[in-house]
Design a binder for this molecule. Structure first.
Ligand code: HXC
Length: 513
């Protein structure tokens, strides 16, 4: 064969492999509302930027008793490409080839991509659509998963890892995403479980649909396993591209700043009600602080009493952690603590400054929370904020009571800057509860207990529930007007740009996980 014929032969081989599991399987994929692995990669990456590797990988069909079965590309498409010109590593499991199940060579292709992400220090995006360990390959499939988990852990905190769940994902196909930083799910398409409904019925006699067991809503709203929820695949890929634009490529990169001439946040006066018991949406406050109201929310549907996500301040990506007065008055509970702690650790690992907006009555009391382990979960926030060495800035918008005051990046956990609005109330507990305890005798013995109680609450509020006691001790750096927030934050970010922190040498800490 001459060169031209060899090239034709190559193109023919490539075209055959690109058909994956064949037309019938592709039609089934499309009719269940899903794109194929290659179509997904095309949607995700900049046009024409995908470079595929290991297309010709073959498994040994005879060794695994599958002679006669051809598994194009061994059921996973791998390579590198660009998102807005930024290089990323990518793999997409091909459900049309044996249900995207994972055998040894399939796993080797994925571990090679994860090694690229670690060594080249670029983000990695894994598109999961897989029945889990390929049953016929036995321990080799399990070995493959183990090697993937090892690399997910090695890549953690080195380069951002994104998992996309686009099909029924079982077993190892969900444990690898759980080790990554962000899990994206799509309505009606994503399913995640360690064992599917059939196994559950056999072992436990329980009956449940795939959707009710581990559908997109279940993981976005109830379990917190998913971080970003989309209505369809197109929306999902656009959201991944948006996130990649916000994140640094690795743990030694930092987003560059550009001046942004957005007007100062003079709307905050209108957003936050004077009455500390009235709710408002803290996302409106974030939107009036960031460049062009940019805010990318993470885990929007889960533990909504705390809001976390990325925004831009003069072009620089910052992480926001904010109590949400719209839900449970913004209290901290087990899920909110888990959500915030993980986000704080991500920001810290990737040099992203953290801005904390505080307005909460404290940690949520109650038997349910105590028995769910609020001590252990709540401690994660204390740990995450204390451990973080990126610039940490807090604005106390309104209430800052008890353990909540300490946990929300207080000066005592080494916040770099703490600002408070004049509305701020900083104390061990709210005026109502405090007056009942410290003036109990006087209220009980008064001629008109209700009137005395009212007076004592007002007295307490005047004396303790304001920002000036904390400002008098230097626990907050400045009491500022709402319209000054953005300017104070931008200045603090500039001042803290080259922050360095010396911590005692250790192998690693032991967070309360
Ligand atoms: C081999 C598999 C497979 C698997 C699916 N297929 N899963 N082949 N090993 N694990 C094949 C099917 O035989 C079928 O082949 C094709 O993929 C499509 O699968 P269907 O069942 O027809 O599709 P669907 O009805 O959509 O159901 C998808 C599914 C179901 C829910 C994923 O296939 C399923 O329950 N699979 C098994 C899930 C599981 O228990 N996996 C092992 C987990 S243990 P044909 O030839 O008919 O097209 C694990 C260990 C690691 O992963 C744990 C680490 C901690």
């Amino acid at each position: 064969m001459n060169l031209r014929q060899k090239i034709e032969n190559l193109e023919l081989r490539q075209a055959n492999l690109a058909k994956g599991g064949g037309e019938g399987a592709i039609d089934r994929q499309h009719s269940s509302g899903k794109l194929t692995a290659r179509e997904r990669i095309d949607k995700l990456l900049d046009a024409g930027s995908f470079h595929e590797y290991d297309m010709f990988i073959q498994h040994d069909a005879r060794e695994f008793g599958m002679s006669g079965k051809s598994l194009p590309a061994d059921g996973v498409i791998t390579g590198t490409g660009n998102i807005d010109g930024k290089p990323v590593a990518v793999f997409a499991q091909d459900f049309t080839v044996m249900g995207g199940s994972l055998g040894l060579m399939h796993a080797r292709k994925i571990t090679k991509i994860l090694d690229y992400a670690i060594n080249m220090r670029i983000p990695v995006i894994g598109i999961n659509d897989s029945g889990g360990a390929r049953i016929q390959e036995g321990v080799n499939a399990l070995a493959g998963y183990g090697e993937i988990f090892y690399r997910n852990t090695a890549a953690s905190g080195v380069a951002p890892q994104i998992s996309v769940i686009l099909g029924p994902c079982a077993g190892g196909a969900v444990y690898s995403p759980a080790l990554t930083d962000f899990v994206f799910v799509v309505e009606n398409i994503s399913k995640m479980f360690i064992t599917g409904p059939e196994v559950i019925k056999t072992v436990l006699g329980e009956e449940i649909s795939q959707e009710d067991l581990g559908g997109a809503r279940v993981h976005a709203e109830i379990t917190g396993n998913a971080h970003v929820y989309s209505k369809n695949e197109d929306e999902c890929f656009e959201k991944i591209r948006e996130l990649i634009r916000l994140l640094p490529a690795n743990n030694s990169e930092k987003a560059t700043s550009v001046e942004c001439s957005d007007p100062l946040c003079n709307k905050i006066n209108e957003i936050i009600p004077d009455d500390a018991s009235e709710p408002y949406d803290v996302r409106d406050v974030i939107g009036s602080i960031t460049d062009h109201s940019c805010f990318y929310e993470i885990q929007e549907l889960w533990a909504s009493n705390i809001v976390v996500g990325f925004g831009r301040m003069n072009g620089e990506t910052v992480g926001f952690v904010a109590n949400q007065p719209l839900t449970l008055a913004g209290v901290l509970d087990c899920d909110a603590s888990d959500k915030a702690a993980r986000f704080i650790r991500f920001c810290d690992a990737f040099n992203i400054p953290i801005i904390t907006l505080e307005d909460l009555p404290g940690y949520l009391p109650g038997i349910d929370q105590e028995h769910a382990g609020i001590i252990r979960h709540g401690a994660k926030m204390l740990y995450a904020y204390s451990e973080a060495t990126v610039p940490k800035i807090t604005v106390i918008l309104r209430k800052a009571y008890g353990g909540g005051y300490i946990a929300m990046n207080s000066r005592h956990l080494k916040a770099d800057f703490v600002f408070a609005l004049p509305l701020a109330e900083i104390a061990v507990m709210g005026p109502e509860g405090a007056a009942n305890i410290i003036f109990r005798k006087e209220i009980a013995e008064a001629e008109n207990p209700a009137e005395t109680r009212k007076q004592k609450v007002a007295e307490y509020r005047e004396k303790f529930a304001n920002p000036f006691v904390a400002a008098g001790k230097g626990y907050i750096d400045a009491v500022i007007a709402p319209a000054q927030i953005r300017e104070y934050l931008l200045h603090a970010l500039r001042v803290a740009k080259n922050k360095t922190t010396v911590t005692p040498q250790r192998k690693h800490g032991i967070p309360p996980f």
